[in-house]
Design a protein. Structure first.
Length: 190
């Protein structure tokens, strides 16, 4: 099923639509929030690899791919959503630049199954889960990050700002209605 209004905003895939999985926990990042996020990030990327954790529709990862990221690893625990990610990659004709992992992103990071190095990381877990602190600790403690990596977490703006674990530095919070975006960078504060 095509997601009305869920489209790639800019870049080589601009205007292309993404299928939305029928899974109950999928809450796609809307166009307005994605447009604002990619404006904050600078709009275009000079290559590198991205990780779209808790991927759902893959809107963040596909947007990054459209804007110049070389490749994206999508991680999704829901089997139907993972199949929809594969279908979206095929429909966009970018399967050679995508890897879809069905499973728990924390376990995959801890096992070293997501080798990276990732220059850009997106995490948009279900807002009812309290997984962001564990995710940030797992990604910071892994060897998967590029030394200059940017990590973006999306969460309910009514909740607290996730604390930066050792190895990450919080650089910005942006709020759009009920959606908060917190940006972190790899490395310690200088």
């Amino acid at each position: 099923m095509a997601g009305k209004g869920l489209r790639i905003i800019a870049g080589e895939l601009k205007g292309r639509r993404l299928r939305v999985p029928q899974s109950a926990g999928v809450r796609p990042t809307g166009d307005r929030v994605r447009e604002a996020l990619f404006s904050i990030l600078g709009g275009r990327f000079p290559g590198g690899r991205a990780l779209d954790a808790f991927a759902g529709t893959g809107a963040l990862g596909f947007e990054a791919l459209s804007r110049g990221v070389d490749a994206v690893d999508f991680v999704e625990a829901d089997r139907d959503a993972a199949e929809t990610l594969r279908a979206n990659a095929a429909a966009l004709e970018v399967t050679a630049r995508c890897r879809v992992h069905h499973g728990d992103v924390l376990r995959l990071l801890r096992r070293g199954a997501l080798p990276g190095p990732f220059a850009l990381v997106f995490a948009d877990p279900p807002w009812t889960d309290d997984v962001l602190p564990s995710f940030l600790a797992a990604v910071a403690g892994s060897d998967a990050l590029d030394p200059e990596a940017t990590i973006v977490v999306e969460h309910d703006a009514r909740g607290p700002v996730p604390l930066a674990p050792q190895g990450l530095r919080h650089v910005r919070t942006a709020v759009y209605g009920r959606t908060a975006l917190d940006l972190f960078t790899a490395g310690s504060a200088t």
